[in-house]
Design a protein around this ligand. Sequence first.
Ligand code: GLU
Length: 355
Amino acid sequence: MKNSHCYTRCLLTLLIVLVSFPAFSQQKPNITILATGGTIAGAAGSGAQSGYTSGQVTIDAMINAVPDVLNLADISGEQISNVGSQDMSFDIMLKLAHRIEELASNQEADGVVITHGTDTMEETAYFLNLVVKADIPVVLVGSMRPSTAISADGPLNLYNAVAVAADPNARGLGVLLVMNDWIHSAQTLTKVSTTAVQTFMSPLRGLIGTTAYGVNDFYRTPDQRFGKSSEFSVSGVTELPRVDIIYGSADMSADLITAAVELGAKGIVVAGVGNGNMNKASLEACAEASKKGVVVVRSTRVATGTVGRNVETDDDALGLIASYNLNPQKSRVLLSVALLEQRGLDEMQRIFVEY
Ligand code: GLU
């Protein structure tokens, strides 16, 4: 009697487990595509035309162009914005973050794909990686060629992005970017070519995985803090503090650093030369800014490598922060989010090490 009771309970548990897995229940995952614009939604007058307008194609038209995605998932689309990503704003990024949290907490989506222009995709990806707590897969995707081009890359990129967002193995990996068969972490990726289809690289830490015609292979999990392990939240936040980026060069003028402070910047990122260096006049202006309470981060204009603390610059004495792995545009995102709360310089430096 006791045995048959246990047998029935085990059978019931097994059935519940089986029906909760899409592969056994034949239920497809629900994927929501949040469209923001970009070349993937761009259109030109002819297939060989290099000039085109971003954000011309709606999300419904994009899904209709890749009907195969309907074999991977039940898809719903929402138009969040329709801009070239040169016009991406913290306002739109906040809208994305809030909508993803909502979709996850209402259990409306098993994964989210965001279509986005490639120009500032790394900023949006990194921002969402810092602030979205939901651990459903969030995958950014774009294209280098408009939808009307010869060999447009958007349709296959979109197909692969949906395949990654629908994959339970992509859960808990933070925000990902899928383009040209490669799966990148938001933390590592950067855009390296203005026109080539292979434009995204993860130079320091490498790829998260690869995907080919919807078959995914994951190699590693991201090692920096993100998502649930992140201390940042934008719940209730409607605007971010002003942070300016100033580009370093030989014989640079310190005037723009001083001007940024006068114009009300709460943070400054210097895209320094080499290991985040800058000339003496600029260092003095940065130290002055720091004394006034503006947080100054030294990043680099160099494509790869880290910016270390107290290497050629006495950060301790000047009150500056080293960006470590983060390029100027990602340093700006991290600093903007970190400045939402009052934090001392030691705290700020810890944050640049951990994220
Ligand atoms: N400026 C466009 C954008 O970022 C073109 C880049 C692209 O999407 O590939 O939206």
